[in-house]
Design a protein around this ligand. Structure first.
Ligand SMILES: Nc1ncnc2c1ncn2[C@@H]1O[C@H](COP(=O)(O)OP(=O)(O)OP(=O)(O)O)[C@@H](O)[C@H]1O
Length: 728
């Protein structure tokens, strides 16, 4: 549409005024890559209007020659009646095409809605979740430390806008002098043009300088705010309750830290720079218009608000669409994150094609939504462009009429048109910014949603028990527990267990009986609903959680996770202040020193992501050293050896036997042979303790424990038979 308009306006006029048009448009644009892509058509629009040529055409039309006023009026009408009316038809026609495309794309989308029925259902957005809103108060608090950057940027952006309002007026003065010299030859042109031309030069110079100032200030402000936002978001995420991580996917969380913060930052910068500038220019230019011609301005004041109203209506549809598109991108990222994070499992099941298919499907769905969003934004901008160009044509028509009646000077019409074009460009930029602002607002709302999420459990604060007085006795009193994400399944029902200080208590039982849940509750990963858990008689809710987890309890589970750093730092993770010697001591106790020193880089050997570059047994012993270095009074061994082969199990078990001495130990084990010597064995079934006693006592009872032993012996025999058959 704009191309047609540009071509038509070119064909109207004789091509003069290009230089002037370049100067008028020579403003620094400050957009993100995305907004430039989105805004291409809008920017092209404004660049192709060649206003001075329009004016020249009009000046030619109305220039007093040898015609009567009536003749001039008639010829003007004839000239502008045909071409602009054709243009208006074309303009409105292309606008209709835009509307039809917009509606069709929406209806197409309704047909190809994709409903995954696989593991992706975990990422499905529940339709009833209310859209988060940006908490403005919180946001301003975050801005406060850099308020001077913001004030500086706003003031310089406003100054640029005010200069932009002045420029059309100055251009009008220049054009009036130029027009004077096209009809008369007496006078000093250089002298006459000097003052307004110099003024224009100063204005352009200042405009360039201030543009540099506000862009630099905003750039710095954006980075500082985004950094603060990321820090606060990460701190909030990492301190959330474990229940939060049961219901939120890693990819989705990471997306908020990366894409959402980035989108919010870009939008914020754009809205302050271009949005504020465009708004000021629009308001300022409207004031100028009133000064130049109140008649023409009145017409504009009626038309423009109607267009803005329609724009807001379409905008609300775009907001919903943008939210859907963002959620879908998060979903695709979450799929990739899970597949890459578990690449060994994927490889082991030869699921690469399935994972690729799954990811492709999600990415395509995201692309579809984003394309729809872009098309919709395009349609929106197209319509906005139609409206704005219509305004320009209308102004030209009315202005021409006033000129033909000598009610307006050519320079004034020039000023009016440049001001109108400034308004048009500003409005086009604002419509372009709208899409970006919508994205930014919902991205910001998503970021603040997590920042404001308050965990139910504190990270610090509460009682601590001095190391030398701590006995480590533990008591579960009538504990009832349900996982927050599965409220209908009661995992522990009135569960009671006493673990005297310095004793070893083993928890055994069928899979899913609630053994790991008991360990998790002792670590206070979750709070119990009914009953209590005490350490040395103190309810763990009254104890300092960071002391409880960081000092009092050492937790070793079946699948320890190591970090992609050196062995030394991995062990030191258990006690950040530990010396190298203390790290080595802990490694020796965990039977890890020898294999660590056999690595070419020894303790400085860097482990792969999640510790993939060491064997299962080695990983487990590094994890034991990491738990030991904090000298915990209580040890939880949750299936610590069950993932290991017989040889690794033996070495790890040796290490465990050494470290459990003098500590209160809760052992959870499947292999009953490993807990025979425990002081007490508790057999769990369906969330309660079904049997309790020593190994021999329980065996004699011929109950669940005895059944479990029989089952395991049968399994061992079957395994032995299998190997014998294989060898035979
Ligand atoms: N994070 C969780 N969210 C919801 N339910 C859970 C969660 N973790 C475990 N459960 C459920 O709680 C019940 C007890 O699980 P738990 O892991 O404590 O059993 P377990 O006795 O340790 O099993 P296993 O011997 O197989 O490790 C199971 O039904 C399990 O599905």
């Amino acid at each position: 549409m704009s191309a047609i308009l540009a071509l038509s306006s070119r064909s109207w006029c004789c091509g003069a005024g290009h230089k002037l048009s370049t100067v008028v448009h020579g403003q620094a644009l400050f957009c993100s890559r995305r907004s430039i892509q989105l805004g291409l058509s809008a920017n092209v629009d404004s660049k192709r209007l060649y206003l001075p040529s329009w004016i020249k055409h009009f000046v030619n039309c109305v220039k007093p020659r040898n015609k009567s006023l009536h003749q001039r009026h008639f010829s003007l009408k004839g000239n502008i009646k045909q071409t602009p009316s054709r243009l208006l038809v074309l303009t409105l026609g292309s606008g209709c095409v835009g509307v039809v495309t917009f509606i069709r794309t929406f209806s197409n989308h309704a047909h190809c809605e994709y409903k995954p029925k696989n593991r992706l259902s975990a990422y499905e957005e529940t339709g009833n979740i209310p859209e988060p809103k940006l908490p403005w108060k919180e946001f301003f608090k975050l801005l406060l430390p850099d308020i001077w950057y913001l004030i500086g940027a706003i003031l310089s952006a406003l100054a640029v806008a005010i200069l932009n309002i002045q420029i059309p007026l100055m251009l009008g003065d220049v054009v009036n002098i130029l027009t004077k010299y096209t009809t008369e030859s007496n006078g000093d042109f250089v002298q006459d043009i000097k003052a307004p031309a110099l003024k224009l030069c100063y204005l352009y110079g200042f405009q360039g300088l201030l543009t540099f100032v506000y862009i630099s200030l905003l750039g710095s402000l954006g980075e500082r705010v985004a950094t603060r936002l990321r820090k606060r978001l990460f701190e909030s995420i990492i301190t959330q309750d474990i229940a939060f991580f049961d219901t939120h996917k890693t990819g989705e969380i990471v997306n908020r830290l990366t894409t959402d913060v980035q989108d919010f930052k870009s939008s914020f910068k754009l809205v302050i720079s271009q949005g504020l500038r465009s708004l000021t220019q629009t308001l300022g230019c409207i004031a100028s218009l009133f000064i130049i011609s109140p008649k023409m301005t009145t017409i504009m004041v009626i038309v423009v608000p109607t267009i803005i109203g329609l724009g807001s209506l379409i905008g609300s549809v775009l907001r919903t669409l943008s939210r859907k598109a963002q959620a879908q991108v998060s979903k695709a990222t979450a799929v990739a994150d899970e597949a890459i994070g578990n690449v060994r499992t994927v490889r082991a099941f030869a699921m690469e094609p399935k994972e690729t298919e799954l990811y492709n499907r999600e990415v395509e769905q995201a692309a579809k939504l984003n394309q729809l969003l872009n098309v919709s934004i395009g349609a929106f901008q197209g319509l906005a462009s139609v409206a704005l160009n219509g305004i320009a044509l209308g102004t030209l028509y009315v202005g021409g009429l006033l000129m033909s009646r000598n009610e307006l000077k050519p320079g004034d019409l020039m000023s009016f048109m440049v001001a109108v074009q400034t308004i048009q460009r500003s409005l086009a930029q604002m419509s372009l910014l709208f899409g970006q602002a919508v994205r930014g607002l919902s991205a910001g709302a998503r970021v603040f949603e997590y920042i404001q999420l308050k965990p139910l459990m504190p990270m610090t604060g509460g009682l601590t028990i001095p190391y030398h007085t701590m006995k480590g006795s533990i008591e579960f009193n009538g504990v009832t527990f349900t996982y927050p994400n599965r409220p209908n399944q009661v995992v522990l029902k009135d569960f009671s267990l006493k673990i005297p200080g310095g004793r070893i208590v083993a928890l055994v039982g069928l899979s899913g009986g609630g053994k790991s849940t008991v360990a998790g509750l002792l670590e206070r990963f979750y709070d119990v609903e009914n009953g209590s858990i005490t350490v040395d008689g103190i309810n763990i809710k009254d104890l300092d959680p960071s002391w409880l987890r960081g000092r009092a309890i050492g937790y070793i589970n079946q699948e320890p996770v190591l970090f992609a750093t050196s062995v030394l730092e991995n062990i030191r993770y258990g006690c950040p202040g530990a010396t190298d010697e203390e790290v080595k001591e802990a490694a020796k106790l965990a039977n890890a020193h020898d294999f660590i020193t056999s690595f070419p880089d020894g303790y400085n050997t860097v482990l792969g992501e999640r510790g993939v570059t060491v064997s299962g047994g080695q990983k487990q012993r590094i994890a034991i050293a990491r738990a030991l270095i904090k000298h915990p009074s209580i040890l939880i061994l949750d299936e610590a050896t069950s993932a290991l082969d017989a040889e690794s199990e033996r070495v790890v078990q040796e290490a465990l036997d050494k470290i459990i001495k003098g500590r209160t130990v809760l052992v959870i084990a499947h292999r009953l042979s490993t807990i025979r010597d425990a002081d007490v064995i508790a057999v769990m079934s369906n969330g309660v303790i079904a049997e309790i006693g020593k190994h021999e006592e329980l065996k004699k009872k011929h109950g669940i424990y005895w059944e479990l032993i029989k089952e395991q012996e049968k399994g061992v025999h079957q395994q032995e038979g299998f190997f014998t058959r294989q060898q035979g």
